[in-house]
Design a protein around this ligand. Sequence first.
Ligand code: 6GU
Length: 214
Amino acid sequence: MRVDILTLFPSLLLPYFGESILKRALDSKAVEIHVHDIRDYSLDKHKKVDDTPYGGGAGMLMTCQPIFDAIEQLKTFNKGPVIYLTPQGKVFKQAKAASLAKSTNLIFLCGRYEGIDYRVREALVDEEISIGDYVLTGGELAALVVVDAIVRLLPGVLGDEKSIHHDSFSSAFDGKKEHPHYTKPADFRGMKVPDVLLSGNHAAIEKWRKDHLQ
Ligand code: 6GU
């Protein structure tokens, strides 16, 4: 999979991709993630990327030129849908993560300020996604959330393929939550792991787990 992310704040995104499972996914070439600074595409002599709204009103809007130029260039090698992260978008769900994980190319556009010029949305944006019913200062956290949820579903990324299908949101799990998990030690400050989990009796363990879904 190839992912391109357009943002005014690349440094907000990059550290997250440098650790843990996302880093492993990049190292193993399961995914390529390219972060682009929209400001680099501004033709303005001061690299301006925003302006006041026609008709008046509070705040600034991201202007057309840098975003059009950036996306038009990206489209020459990334054939995926352009997904704009905005609180007005459709709320992101696990099923959407699963369907996006089947794509080979994705382009994400992170909004800032009061939003972007509507002509960008009309001409270039294929889908609008929100990560929940609250307003963030920009789309960067949302891009991280969406990319993380997608990348962990790519083949080979989690190592144990089964852990995908066993997790709380998998349809195979019917929307149910998980059973409690314990690791060593068996007794921590007097708080004991249930005996059945130490018993080696797999049928009894399965039953206990089923009975303790929460
Ligand atoms: Cl995608 N962007 C912003 N700015 N706020 C949000 C969001 C996105 N999703 C929920 N709130």
